[in-house]
Design a protein around this ligand. Structure first.
Ligand SMILES: NC(=O)c1ccc[n+]([C@@H]2O[C@H](COP(=O)([O-])OP(=O)(O)OC[C@H]3O[C@@H](n4cnc5c(N)ncnc54)[C@H](OP(=O)(O)O)[C@@H]3O)[C@@H](O)[C@H]2O)c1
Length: 251
């Protein structure tokens, strides 16, 4: 039997029971988790993460529409040019309307404003890579309410969308060049919809990173804590960092 998520570098396991459904071969006899499809992706945000993912996914054959507050400015035009492969830029709402997958690499504080600006997200997959990192006395701090992840906030603001938490646990420079990690890098993926997670996993695989299904959207809270550990470790150990490489096992 094939694993839920297949990737170039190895076999990724999943402990999510629901995800087992996609183990079944589709009508064509192919495992849907391994079929490569070209996605239309709205990249909402043209900063470090948006730019990096936009360029890489465009080069991998996906259609990128940058959704920017300033789609006509010089910097965004230059980004569209550098991205190539038919990439375009539009307002946040236009980009989201034209895409099936909406990625929101934006500051966490901008989530309410941006989700409102995106308009109707019914039926779309929203990939949430956002993080909150607070600092106190040199240590990273967590939000007051541990149950309220940023991904949960996004889902509550866009109830018709399928939110998947992913790509928040690594720096954009590792997304850009995973070989800098010196070994495989895991990208944990959390969400309530196995089919949506499988599509996100294929996009992660396209980056040369290892997708790992870590369960329902409730697990996003832990993914956001993982980032605080990632940043906190670097902060108290100047000059060194780590990357996540995880394997799920029965407990
Ligand atoms: N930096 C990393 O290595 C990394 C890695 C993983 C996850 N993350 C997370 O991903 C998110 C984006 O990180 P980033 O480093 O790409 O940030 P960034 O360079 O500051 O870019 C954020 C982008 O969000 C857009 N945006 C929309 N509304 C905004 C607002 N009200 N204020 C400011 N920008 C707004 C902007 O694009 P327009 O001007 O075109 O609208 C901006 O370029 C953050 O939540 C971060 O924690 C970062």
């Amino acid at each position: 039997m094939k694993p839920v998520i297949a990737c170039r570098k190895g076999i990724i396991a999943s402990f999510l029971l629901g995800a087992a459904l996609i183990l079944a071969a589709d009508a064509s006899g192919q495992d849907p988790a391994t079929v490569s499809t070209s996605e239309t992706i709205a990249m909402i945000g043209t900063g470090n993460v948006g730019e990096t993912l936009g360029k890489l996914w465009a080069a991998a054959g996906h259609t990128i529409i940058y959704g920017s507050r300033t789609p006509d400015n010089e910097q965004v035009r230059a980004l569209v040019e550098e991205t190539g492969h038919g990439a375009t830029a539009a307002t946040q709402a236009e980009a989201a309307a034209r895409a099936d997958i909406v990625v929101i690499p934006i500051p966490p504080g901008a989530i309410p404003e941006v989700i409102a600006a995106l308009g109707d997200l019914q039926g779309k997959i929203v990939i949430d890579p956002t993080n909150f990192v607070g600092f106190e006395d040199g240590f990273t701090t967590s939000p007051r309410d541990p149950r309220l992840s940023l991904a949960r906030q996004v889902q509550d603001l866009a109830p018709g969308a399928t939110v998947v938490k992913a790509l928040n646990t690594l720096n954009y420079t590792i997304m850009e060049d995973p070989s800098r990690a010196g070994g495989p890098v895991t990208v944990p993926i959390a969400g309530d919809d196995p089919a949506a997670k499988a599509r996100v996993a294929r996009l992660v695989d396209d980056l040369g990173l290892e997708p790992l299904d870590v369960g329902p959207l409730a697990a996003a809270q832990y993914l956001e804590e993982m980032l605080r550990l990632y940043v906190g470790f670097r902060t108290i150990n100047p000059g060194i960092a780590f990357e996540y490489y995880l394997r799920i096992r029965p407990n």
